[in-house]
Write a protein that binds this ligand. Structure first.
Ligand SMILES: [Zn+2]
Length: 75
């Protein structure tokens, strides 16, 4: 527990443009994993290397409208 460096990073889902934040933690050993979007189940971010992401949170600036296509996303 000598050098624990945590940084917050932000990711946006390519499928539905939902934004998430996650805490990045540096490790001495390699980790790998991925996080899937809670809305469209697309992979928001996958990683492998000497770091890990945890504490994923959806950035809710406005409540998502379920049951409706994201027609205004601009994609
Ligand atoms: Zn999504």
């Amino acid at each position: 527990m000598a050098n624990s460096i945590w940084t917050i990073e932000e990711f946006t889902c390519a499928g539905c443009s939902m934004s998430y934040t996650a805490t990045r933690e540096e490790h001495a050993e390699a980790h790998s994993g991925s996080f899937k979007c809670r809305i469209c189940s697309g992979v928001v971010h996958s990683w492998s290397g000497k770091h890990h992401f945890f504490g994923w949170k959806a950035v809710t600036t406005k409540p998502p409208v379920f049951g409706r296509r994201w027609a205004d996303a601009g994609y």
